[in-house]
Design a protein around this ligand. Structure first.
Ligand SMILES: [Zn+2]
Length: 510
């Protein structure tokens, strides 16, 4: 769920011997799928029922099995309680890419020239790097040494995810799309379409965090701002992991839907901030605080349950700054590039994004996948519960936009649109911003985006909609520019966090 925004720069083996003796076009028949967690240590798996043959053609086998998801009746948002403070460091499942194109090819590599291929019931097998992986009707087509003269292709009959891991003893990174990701990369078929794939990395929380800080904050910022961000990002990740466990095949997205993440980083500042705050979490009444944060509050903080989430368990003092009345108004980020701004969009552009956003939430654009259960709602499923989706799915032109409710700090909570037919459509201001900034799963984030839902002015002029507004991001919890301003003034991370999450305590969980 919600998240932050980047400030302005703006993610065995006898069988292996059998493999090496048989040439190309191997067909391996895996057995039943086991949950990814059970496959983390392949050596712990029972001897797999593997049959290797060559060069017989692949028998009819089902396509990669999409990860089972809840049935429609169970897809209503679950308002999970905030998690108790954990006693040991959790491992996160982070989705680093969502491929939704017709013929996806995933190229993975390792600086040492070799990876290990793993899957449920599949004997771990070394493969030459780089490796190209494609989904097939029968499972997976894997090209070793892709792009080299020694390339060879094998077909792997395997229901469900396939994983590529660094060899034991080698540097524990896997390279995808120019980025070094810590540990193995798992390729997961999803119910989003016959060739829809998610790439998921399993990573311990402390190893994950430096790559969050490196992207979420600006390199030159004060170390105390980095420490405050480390504690907030760690708390947010713990809550997301607890919320999504057992409900989805990943806990967080490397990106704005959760937190930015750029994999392994060498920069000292983020690594030191994570090390200095190891295991530290924000807690309130014995449970972890989902420490939302955003780039620039614009002086008008938002309250979580009014603007960002319908989860009543998030209605807690540390996330309620926007309810403090006029005293909540701040100047913390008045030197930020988007403290005050003007933006203009074409009416057609906004309406197209509103339609696509509403249609995605109504599942109208999902390709039919016979026999596949539907996927879960979008990761911001707790949003938009009260948005007029059917009407928005058909909107063709906006005639007017007005704010109908604001919080005591003056930040809009709700906006009302009037469309070309005279209909009025009212929705949360933050839903409106997300809709205007919407991109379908697997598509790049639009470059032209509405900075925030604090709309001081919105007017329709000819074929354009013009906005004047404040801040950048949702405004709940820590203001990143404000944190930097405090740190520059000498404040420690503890004081920064006490300011932006009033009432929350810092606890050391591991
Ligand atoms: Zn601020």
């Amino acid at each position: 769920m919600p998240h932050a925004r980047t400030p302005f720069r703006c993610s065995d083996l006898a069988a292996s011997a059998v493999w090496s003796m048989l040439g190309a076009a191997l067909v391996i028949h895996g057995c039943a799928q086991t949950p990814p967690a059970a496959r983390r240590d392949p050596s712990a798996a029972r001897a797999p029922a593997v049959v290797a043959r060559a060069p017989v053609p692949a028998p009819a086998a089902p396509a990669p099995a999409p990860v089972p998801e809840p049935a429609p009746a169970q897809r209503r948002p679950v308002f999970s309680e905030r998690p108790s403070v954990p006693t040991e460091e959790p491992e996160l499942r982070v989705r680093i890419a969502a491929l939704r194109r017709a013929d996806p090819v995933v190229r993975l590599s390792h600086p040492g020239g070799s990876l290990r291929m793993l899957g449920a019931g599949l004997p771990a097998r070394p493969v030459a790097s780089p490796v190209d992986v494609r989904p097939t009707d029968a499972g997976w087509r894997v090209t070793e040494g892709a792009g080299t003269r020694g390339a060879r292709t094998v077909d792997v009959s395997l229901r469900g995810p396939i994983e590529f891991a660094p060899p034991p003893g080698a540097r524990q990174v896997t390279v995808y799309d120019g980025t070094s990701w810590p540990g193995p990369v798992r390729i997961v078929p999803t119910a989003d379409g016959p060739a829809a794939l998610d790439l998921v990395v399993d990573v311990p929380l402390e190893r994950y965090l430096p790559g969050v800080l490196a992207k979420e904050l600006i390199k030159s910022w004060d170390p105390e701002a980095f420490r405050a961000q480390a504690i907030a990002a760690r708390s947010f990740a713990v809550c997301e992991q607890a919320h999504w466990k057992g409900r989805r095949h990943y806990d967080l997205v490397a990106g704005e839907a959760s937190q930015a993440w750029v994999g392994e980083v060498k920069d000292a500042k983020p690594r030191e901030a994570v090390a200095a705050t190891r295991g530290m979490l924000l807690a309130f009444e014995g449970r972890v605080v989902p420490a939302y944060y955003s780039s620039t509050c614009g002086g008008t903080p938002a309250n979580a349950v009014e603007s960002l989430t319908h989860n009543p368990h998030h209605g807690i003092a540390p996330l309620a700054a926007g309810l403090d009345g006029p005293s909540a108004v701040r100047t913390c980020c008045d030197d930020a590039p988007r403290w005050r701004w003007d933006q203009s969009f074409t009416n057609a552009e906004i309406c197209e994004r509103l339609r696509r956003w509403a249609r995605a939430r109504l599942d109208l654009d999902r390709p039919a996948a016979p026999g596949s259960p539907p996927p879960p709602p979008p990761s911001d499923g707790e949003l938009a519960l009260d948005a007029p989706l059917e009407a928005l799915a058909g909107i063709s032109r906006i005639d007017s936009i007005e704010v109908t409710a604001s919080n005591p700090a003056g930040r809009p909570n709700r906006v009302r649109l009037q469309d070309a037919s005279g209909r009025t459509l009212e929705l949360r201001a933050e839903d409106f911003r997300r809709a205007v900034n919407f991109a379908p799963e697997g598509s790049p984030t639009p470059k032209h985006r509405l900075n925030s839902s604090h709309l001081a002015k919105a007017r329709v002029v000819a074929d354009r909609v013009e906005f004047a507004g404040r801040g950048f991001g949702h405004g709940v919890g820590m203001c990143q520019y404000g944190a930097q301003d405090m740190a520059r003034g000498g404040a420690r991370a503890e004081r920064i966090l006490a300011t932006y999450y009033p009432g929350a305590a810092i606890v050391r969980a591991w």
